[in-house]
Design a protein around this ligand. Sequence first.
Ligand SMILES: [Zn+2]
Ligand SMILES: [Zn+2]
Length: 408
Amino acid sequence: MVRTKDVNTLVTEIVCDETNKSCMYRECTQCKDKVPNFDYTNDNGEQVKWFEWKTRREEIVDKGNDRSRTVTKTVKDQDQGTREVLASEINAEMQKACRHIFNIRNQYKALKYLRSNLTHEEIMVHIDFSENYACKYSDEIQSMHFGGSRNQLSLHTGVIYLRDEVIPICTVSDFLRHDPAGIWAHLTPILKYVTEDRNLTSIHFISDGPTTQYRNKNNIYLWGHKIAEYGFKKSTWNFLEAAHGKGAADGVGAAVKRAADQQVILKKNDITCAKDFYQLLSGGTSTSTVKMFLVEENELKKVDAELPSDLRPIPSTMKIHQMIIEGPDSFATKVVSCFCKHPTTLLCDCYQPDTHQLPPRKLPADDEGKQLKQATEETSKVKTSMVEKASSIQNYMCVAFLKTCAVY
Ligand SMILES: [Zn+2]
Ligand SMILES: [Zn+2]
């Protein structure tokens, strides 16, 4: 039917220019209707069979967890029809494949450029959640105490790129949330650490784009407001295309888990909680060179309190691959990343950027508490002066009444 097994060859057959977004997004008037050179020799209109990868959603229940969760499974399914039907299926797949291939190549190229051209004031942070770590006792028999469900730890791993330095990092917590509040609780010690003795003005994030974690309104809100807390004036967040292959953050996750297992097996240490994990991996006996941080549960609560509950979603969030902050109160989004005007500006005109207003910052709970206290003090001052006045006219009933008011 087609003379090649290589999808890249098929792409070259149907586009004018593989590096042009408009061709690859099938929007170019010159090539958008071009199809691969299908081979119809010996076609008598008979039925043919083919395999197709299909995704299915399934409900699963994790061990030791009562709640079910939905997972997407990819399965190989057989289909049949005429060669013409098969050709139209291939065409439909090619539309998606071209866009996907363009996104993968573009993100790789743009981020490689950024990394090689980082200034002294810039930092690039590539982050990802590693699979949770199951706690282990050095005495395996004791693991029976856990029953079916071992205690789990959450690991957020990454690599920090500075102009002249690369630092592998890992934050560990007992809470297992991978949502935006969880992400920013994990990012807090990292941002404190990198800004402690450096004069940084721009921060670039790189992550996958799952809508439950990094690519959603809550993460955008937290990103938009929290970077300024650490002195950053400009920022980008770059999403890697799905199925881009394993990244640097995966390597860090594997390395810390291996080092943790060595502590249990060779050094006979128990890892029962995040603190154990953190202490053993930052200690002198650890083989790991990954910079470790412990994230306490109260950090998560603080971030939770900062999140407004009425944020509106950003249109077409799923298509966004870059978000850019060039100044206060607003940000831009793009379908793919571009750094062609870097470092002068992070926001170039390429790929039709959309501008959005950043929702105003919700007052952190601490400030709210302070304001409330201040308001209460003011009210009590007023009440005291009323009490004094009341005393002067010796109206004991009134004084008693006002005192009661002041107490409340
Ligand atoms: Zn074209
Ligand atoms: Zn550009």
